[in-house]
Write a protein that binds this ligand. Structure first.
Ligand SMILES: O=C(O)[C@H](O)[C@@H](O)[C@H](O)[C@H](O)COP(=O)(O)O
Length: 237
């Protein structure tokens, strides 16, 4: 199956690249162009990225892009509640692969907070994220189960996080399917992005996307909250 086989809602466009490298480069060029445009129009740009395994090549390619990184704020759609020197830390991943070279001039707002509990860490992050400007570019990934950010099916706080009027910017997530406790931005913050992008690779995720595009509960496949205009999907085999 290819992404061109999928029937996409109006305003949702998809791009397919032949290799993971071409996919990462195409995504990096699109993000860099949008960040430059935001800086030209408003003097600064806010980029929110997801973690996991897929974005590494994209981060490495974006770090090479010529732009005024001093005017860019980079943040995270979600985080594992682990110290920033932990192997699973999304902040560590972004600092290692994106915030280097010229891109090390960018500002960074992380989600991880030291606290006595995940709930307390989420409250501290929620307060800090009141400072997050409107998102210019959001890069989402997706799991095979249809989660995105740390909006996992069956997570206790999912319904609250998916409310369009959710009063929280950051919520704790204890996804039954995941080994580490998580912190996630909630739907109102993520849905406000000027340019939302979804980057996925492989046939399994394409099948998950096809399933998510069919009618169904948002809570069972949270990626459904983003499968509407405007959205650009980047896929490679
Ligand atoms: O912290 C995370 O893991 C991400 O934010 C998460 O939402 C990720 O995008 C998907 O789980 C896909 O992860 P992979 O790219 O590793 O498949």
């Amino acid at each position: 199956m290819a992404i061109s086989d999928l029937e996409l809602p109006t305003g949702v466009v998809a791009r397919s690249d032949a290799s993971a490298e071409a996919h990462a480069d195409a995504l990096a060029l699109r993000v860099a162009d949008a960040l430059r445009q935001a800086i030209d129009n408003r003097g600064s740009a806010t980029l929110v990225v997801s973690g996991g395994r897929s974005p590494v090549a994209f981060f490495d390619a974006l770090a090479q892009q010529p732009l005024d990184w001093r005017q860019v704020l980079v943040s995270l759609a979600d985080e594992r509640w682990v110290p920033v020197n932990h192997a699973s830390s999304n902040e560590a991943l972004v600092r290692r692969h994106l915030l280097r070279g010229a891109a090390s001039e960018a500002k960074f707002l992380g989600l991880y907070r030291v606290a006595g509990s995940l709930e307390q860490a989420a409250e501290l992050a929620d307060a800090a994220f009141a400072e997050l400007p409107p998102i210019d570019v959001l890069v989402l990934g997706m799991g095979d189960d249809g989660h995105t950010a740390s909006l996992f099916p069956d997570s206790p706080n999912l319904d609250q996080a998916l409310r369009a009027d959710c009063p929280r910017r950051v919520l704790p997530m204890q996804a039954p399917s995941q080994p580490t406790q998580r912190l996630t931005l909630t739907l109102p913050l993520l849905a406000g992005a000027r340019l939302p992008l979804l980057a996925i690779q492989g046939q399994a995720k394409l099948a998950t996307l096809a399933e998510a595009l069919a009618p169904g509960e948002m809570a069972s496949m949270p990626i459904r909250a983003f499968l509407h205009s405007p959205l650009e999907i980047y896929w490679c085999p």
